[in-house]
Design a protein. Structure first.
Ligand code: NDP
Length: 342
């Protein structure tokens, strides 16, 4: 199948590209600059040489019409995977730096497809648990989060902090996609992938571990000895491996039954304390690792039973996911840091 993948330079997109190429799809991926395209080329030389992989430059997804040219190809696209969206908290203007690229990026690509790429049958959008969780409910013991849940965040609340801004950017972008489907009745169906914290090996071009993607930063902190005296608070105790998230994107593009569904893709609960324990078990040579007695990073008082639960059955049944274990994910992630000079 001929597929357009946006944001090819990203952590999740690099794994998604990997799965697409292994499954024999023909891929065009968008990146912001030629320099970023060149780095992906170097990592995927044979696919580029054979013509299986090529590139389109889209400098800023927040611009109206940004994807007008990228969605047009010969042979024409049958599916689009839209992963590009800002995920970092280093922002001065929540509207401009987070909400606009997320929302305009999503509605923009859907408009461009409707207008200029009538052959597209499926659009898979990377959403997030951020669009599912209701932060006001806190640990919500007894609640089972599923595709039925929506984050009720308002525009006003979005502007309160970069963290709220990020969660709102994912919520508003996904809502805008479902609204587009409702109002515009395009030729294509959509599917959204809604992972919580994504961990796993880095395979995308990264100049320095200082520029590590947001969700893996806590594993690096543990491995670098930053949790010696106190383990950082976990925040959301739900995780998934990036290779399973990549598989989910590709399966959602391939499978008829994924049409017009959200997919809450996650492996299970975790705590930062457990990250520290796994790093210590497998990499005892690292300095300043947390001890059993080091405070912080644990589940709420009383353990997992005092924390919300989840239902990931749809992702198993329809997408066929078989989730990796936490230990494997953390060990492979740290090994990938070692390959980058840790
Ligand atoms: P990365 O930061 O590695 O990837 C983000 C991608 O989006 C990059 O390719 C980036 O391009 C691109 N991008 C961001 N802003 C713009 C913009 N204004 N114009 C063009 N491109 C832009 O993070 P992830 O791989 O983790 O994130 C990928 C997707 O997954 C996002 O939609 C994110 O919200 C979602 N997600 C991630 C989770 C996680 O835990 N990692 C959890 C749930 C959802 P560039 O490299 O040039 O900056």
């Amino acid at each position: 199948t001929r597929i357009l993948l946006t944001g090819g330079s990203g952590f999740i997109a690099a794994h998604t590209l990997d799965v697409l190429l292994k499954r024999g799809h023909s891929v065009v991926t968008t990146v912001r600059t030629q320099e970023k395209a060149d780095k992906i080329k170097a990592d995927n030389k044979s696919a580029v040489d054979s013509g299986q992989l090529s590139f389109a430059i889209v400098p800023d997804i927040a611009q109206e019409g940004a994807f007008d040219e990228a969605v047009v190809s010969d042979p024409p696209f049958e599916a689009v995977l839209h992963t590009a969206s800002p995920f970092h908290f280093n922002v001065t203007d929540v509207q401009k730096d987070l909400l606009d690229p997320a929302v305009i990026g999503t509605t923009g690509i859907l408009k461009s497809i409707k207008k200029s790429a009538p052959s597209v049958k499926r659009v898979v959008i990377t959403s997030s648990f951020a669009a599912i969780v209701n932060p006001g409910k806190g640990n919500w013991p007894g609640h089972v989060y599923s595709e039925e849940d929506w984050n009720p965040i308002t525009h006003e609340e979005a502007l309160e902090s970069p963290q709220a801004g990020y969660r709102a950017s994912k919520t508003f972008a996904e809502k805008a996609a479902w609204e587009f489907l409702d109002k515009e009745k395009p030729n294509f169906t959509i599917a959204t992938i809604n992972p919580p914290l994504v961990f796993g090996p880095i395979i995308h071009a990264l100049d320095s571990l200082e520029n590590l993607n947001t969700s893996n930063q806590r594993i690096l902190a543990a491995a670098q000895g930053k949790w010696k005296d106190e383990i950082a608070a976990t925040g959301v105790h739900l995780w998934v491996d990036v290779r399973d998230v990549a598989e989910a994107h590709v399966a959602a593009a391939e499978k008829e039954a994924a049409a017009n569904k959200r997919f809450f893709t996650l492996a299970g609960h975790f705590s930062n304390k457990e990250i520290g324990q796994i790093v210590k078990k497998h990499f005892p040579q690292f300095k300043d690792l947390p001890a059993e007695s080091t405070p912080g990073g644990d589940y709420p008082e009383g353990g997992i039973k005092n924390y919300f639960s989840f239902n990931n059955e749809r992702s198993v049944q329809i997408l066929g996911l078989r989730y990796k274990t936490f230990e494997e994910s953390i060990v492979d992630t740290v090994k990938s840091f070692q390959a980058k000079g840790l």
